[in-house]
Ligand binder design. Structure first.
Ligand code: GLU
Length: 494
């Protein structure tokens, strides 16, 4: 048996965990969530996080999907230790482990022809019963078996499920027990010589010295079979944690109907990976208090197995948007900037080269806008007024803030004069000057600032008005005021 020694699950050596996706589609948010939990636990405990691509289903596995897994993990920052393991490359070991089980009597050959099995299954079903393989059907004398082998008759290998109960203490669910009588003598090697999932997983987890298996709770029914295989192979049984499935807001299993479920879609939409990680972490785990917004270091500090939940998690895209806005505001600016440039290009606002040529100015603008946007694309759209020669006036803004056109034109004319006369273009003197003007005119500051905001940005909402003036610069601000006054006095309004 080619089993390397694994540390006992109860030992204090750092745990070894793995993420074992099947490359049969894009990297699903559920898979990414499971990968994240494994990664967090490994990084937090000084353990290892390994990646295994379960590509044994040749028909359904694609290179494209494998690439999507690599790319998704890299984008989320979930780095793995050691070389990636491709399950399909381990066929020889899988078969060797089956041979070990045959040799020890823990497994047996089943020469029952497929058609015969089918017939029995159909018969049981028509009698309203679930078909269970009876090991007596496969019983042969050593001579009979030798003769069939010599004749080259095909056979599957079945695991001989012992009597008793198989149980484990799940890190999420507590003790889970399955009476062995409910487990059929399951096939571990098909008649075409390919191993089944349960055998390949156990063989690989033993070889990779995995001590902690954390995966979706859709695998709970596989776990007793796997535990039986570990024992029969003489390997220590790892710890298990079965994390909840992810549902849509309608309570149904998350699917395409609920919108994007591929991690790559979010990446290409400009979502911040740190927000995605934070959002994913809360799908099946909670801090136990109200804390929701956590950057990577905080997640690493706070993640704990105790906070894992049993009940299905709900994927709420609106919450993801909100979370992204929180991260956009909270992250160090340097971490945000690389995501901002592509958004400006996507939205056709500016080019990376142009933005980089005005770096200090651009960073100031991003600082102002990031606290007011949920996504980098929204930020780029909000930045439009700072890039165009002339702003378009939003109809609502006009009807709200420019209702009395001639009065507003007068206020803005005076505002322009005051600003134009300032020796320096900085917020304090602007504010002093405009507040003095308001007093002289016998109006509130808002009666100047709100129409001014529309003149400068075309909108009713923007960063603080003095910040806007500074970012736009003197010439552009004064031009915009002039254009606004012209517009207010034009026929459009009259
Ligand atoms: N390849 C399996 C899946 O994608 C995971 C196996 C496991 O984690 O044990 O569901």
């Amino acid at each position: 048996m080619s089993v390397s020694p694994a540390p006992d699950a109860t030992a204090t050596t750092p745990p070894r965990l793995r993420f074992a996706p099947s490359p049969t589609g894009f990297l699903h948010v559920g898979g990414a969530r499971t990968a994240l939990f494994n990664w967090l636990y490994a990084r937090q405990t000084g353990g290892q996080f390994l990646l295994r691509i379960e590509d044994t289903d040749r028909q359904r596995s694609t290179d494209e999907s494998t690439r999507a897994i690599f790319e998704g993990l890299a984008w989320l920052g979930l780095d793995y230790d050691e070389e990636v393991v491709f399950q399909g490359a381990n066929l020889a070991r899988h078969r060797a482990d089956v041979a070990t089980l045959l040799a020890s009597g823990a497994a047996y050959r089943d020469f029952t022809p497929a058609a015969e099995l089918e017939r029995m299954r159909a018969e049981a079903e028509s009698a309203g019963q679930a078909f269970r393989f009876d090991r007596a059907l496969a019983a042969l004398t050593p001579e009979q078996e030798a003769a069939k082998l010599a004749a080259g008759e095909p056979f599957a290998v079945r695991f001989k499920v012992p009597d008793g109960v198989t149980d484990w203490v799940d890190a999420v669910h507590g003790r889970i027990a399955f009476p062995n009588k409910d487990i059929e003598d399951f096939i571990i090697l098909r008649s075409d010589g390919t191993p089944v999932y349960n055998l390949a997983v156990v063989s690989d987890d033993i070889a990779m010295r995995i001590t902690f298996v954390m995966r979706g709770d859709d695998h709970i029914s596989n776990t007793p079979k796997q535990i039986l295989l570990y024992r029969a192979l003489g390997a220590p049984v790892p710890r298990f944690a079965h994390v909840p499935m992810i549902h849509g807001t309608d309570g149904k299993k998350l699917s395409k109907r609920h919108g994007a479920t591929a991690v790559g879609d979010y990446q290409h939409e400009g979502l911040l990976p740190s927000a995605m990680c934070n959002f994913l972490a809360l799908l099946g785990w909670s801090t136990g208090d109200d804390t929701e917004v956590m950057l990577r270091d905080e997640l690493l500090a706070r993640f704990s197995l105790d906070g894992l939940q049993k009940k299905a998690a709900v994927f709420d895209p609106q919450k993801l948007d909100w979370m992204n806005g929180q991260h956009l505001a909270k992250l160090p600016l340097d971490e945000v900037m690389p995501h901002v440039y592509p958004a400006f290009e996507r939205q056709g606002v500016s080019t990376r080269a142009e933005l980089e040529s005005r770096d200090a100015w651009f960073r100031t603008l991003v600082e102002l806008l990031r606290v007011r946007s949920r996504t980098v694309d929204e930020l780029a759209r909000q930045a439009v007024p700072y890039f165009v020669d002339a702003v378009e006036y939003d109809a609502d803004a006009v009807s709200k803030q420019w209702r009395d056109a001639s009065a507003v034109a007068e206020i803005l004319t005076a505002t322009r004069e005051r600003l134009a006369s300032l020796p320096t273009w900085e917020p304090t003197s602007m504010e002093t000057a405009l507040r003095a003007l308001a007093e002289e005119l016998g109006i509130s500051g808002g009666k100047i600032f709100q129409p001014l905001r529309v003149a400068l940005t075309g909108q009713t909402a923007s960063p603080g008005i003095f910040d806007v003036l500074v970012v736009l610069g003197r010439d552009r601000s004064l031009d915009r005021l002039e254009a606004a006054v012209r517009w207010l006095k034009s026929d459009v309004v009259a």
